[in-house]
Design a protein around this ligand. Sequence first.
Ligand code: ADP
Ligand code: ASP
Ligand code: MG
Length: 408
Amino acid sequence: MALIVQKFGGTSVANTERIRNVAKKVQKELKKGNKVAVVLSAMSGVTDQLVGYTKEVSELRTAEELAEYDTVVASGEQVTVGLLALALMSMGIKAKSFLGWQAGIKTDKIHSKARIEGIDVKVIKDALKKGFVPIIPGFQGITDDNRITTLGRGGSDTSGVALAAALKADRCDIYTDVDGVYTTDPRINPKARKLQKVAYEEMLEMASLGAKVLQTRSVELAMKYHVRTQVLSSFSDEPGTLLVDEEEVMERRLITGITYSKSDARVTLIGVEDSPGVAAAIFGPLADGEINVDMIVQNISEDGKSTDITFTVAKTDLKRAIAAIEKAKKVKYKKLLTDSNVAKVSVVGVGMRSHAGLAQQMFKTLADKGINILVISTSEIKVSVLINEEYTELAVRALHTAYGLDKK
Ligand code: ADP
Ligand code: ASP
Ligand code: MG
């Protein structure tokens, strides 16, 4: 008998009919003789609506305000867990819902993007032992001083994997509205191909670079605790995509996927004084404000006196980033420019470790389409470029074809 954690996303529980469909997926797993624990998202659109309400009444600047934000936005999942328990009970299946705090999901205190620190699985284990299907809301937890937290958008994936790790489950099945991880977002490129297997490290890069099919943190946890995780569809019985170690990926390929993200903005400081300590003076205040900086370029100055620095931050942090720089007295520059109409397009693949020329192929493909590159950044297994947002789809499709990823 195996223990399976099944996680269902927002579209999978979008209405009561779909919740009944989820109940059937649970029943099917039980009929195989397995034990099942379920993690659910809120109905699709609900979290957005709840976030909208909080913004109507607050600027959400302080930690106390973000704690109340969490209280509001965590509520969407409370509805779906109760409804699934009822649907299962009506089918004669023993089921019981537990909220994050009841299920012992302990997090740190960083409201709106908390991290799970541990799960006290006693309650869930007891329920399983007594023959119940425990149903837990994703996305939420509790601090050690009893405040409700949420894990950042898309956080139910992380709840699912964390629960599977804590229960030492045999598998974590992430059910969503596509039947696996594709070479790129199938919604913007119909030629995207489903991957049978994807290496943890590649999935980690793809998730952090915009492939929202899995929240980045969930992949980190799957990798760290070696949780056998697969992504599959709630609406079909097609085999999905399994996360595996690099050596287990049998298909020979250099590039695994193309991702894009429209969530960053560009900041350029023109005429920055070119002297030691300038970068520290700029990025120090940003770090102090918990503002993540992603891509950075600094030019070598021609006259030895002044230079330009460009970097990207999340669009949601842009206002705070500008304020932090304007307040930092040590930073001397002529002009501050910002641009929110940018997108980051990335090429990911472990093949980059051993093959030269893959970055060049990216630059040439974009040049052939007349797409200008604003910023470049690389790591061992990815190359990212920042481009004008309106060319995102064109760039993704062109790169997908250029690296031979199009479905036959
Ligand atoms: P859920 O509500 O089930 O968590 P999400 O909307 O968070 O679902 O994630 C699924 C979506 O991720 C898909 O509908 C798809 O558009 C998007 N996506 C982006 N990149 C990829 C990719 N490489 N493979 C599969 N889906 C992707
Ligand atoms: N309901 C939350 C969100 O929309 C968490 C999730 O669906 O994973 O972000
Ligand atoms: Mg999701």
